[in-house]
Design a binder for this molecule. Structure first.
Ligand SMILES: [Zn+2]
Length: 167
């Protein structure tokens, strides 16, 4: 248990991601982002409106949004990453090294989850059609913005990310 907390903390906080993204990742690992299952628990939505806004599965959960939804699966698949057995609570165990090697794979996962969330919100609030290419491009654009947040010796990690995200 202690080991898991420490590992999770390293995943969350030893990352060059902006603080809002790390905060989002922290809520995500607790299962507390505002997916519809959590809105249902807070009586903000009714059961009949608690489904996934994209694929229509009856309950939208953080795990569904990040790993289970067909859009999310296609996204990770485009990065050559398997979501088999993955869960948001064990996000620190989700291994992105198949996509980016040793180029800050945890921060890369945070970037990807952040954009899966932003794309979901674009679908819900702006009625946008989810597009895999647009999501990959949003990740690339943000990766470039994050470059200055890396230690200078690690800035090349962003190039590995851009290769993985080229779609
Ligand atoms: Zn779905």
């Amino acid at each position: 248990m202690g080991g898991e907390v420490v590992e999770n903390a390293a995943f969350l906080w030893r990352s060059p991601a902006p603080s809002r993204v790390r905060f989002f990742a922290w809520l995500l690992t607790l299962g507390r982002i505002h997916t519809r299952d959590n809105l249902l628990k807070k009586h903000i939505v009714e059961l009949q409106s608690a489904g996934c806004p994209e694929c229509g599965v009856s309950l939208e959960t953080p795990d569904h949004l990040i790993f289970g939804c067909p859009f999310a699966r296609a996204f990770w698949c485009s990065l050559r990453l398997s979501t088999s057995g993955a869960s948001v609570r064990a996000m620190h165990l989700f291994d992105a090294s198949m996509a980016v090697g040793s180029a800050s794979p945890h921060a890369f996962v945070q970037l990807c989850c952040w954009h899966l969330w932003k794309r979901r919100n674009a679908v819900v609030f702006r009625r946008e059609t989810p597009s895999l290419n647009a999501t990959l491009k949003a990740c690339r654009d943000d990766a470039i913005l994050w470059r200055g947040r890396f230690r200078s010796a690690d800035r090349g990690h962003v190039d590995a990310w851009l290769m993985a995200l080229r779609g």
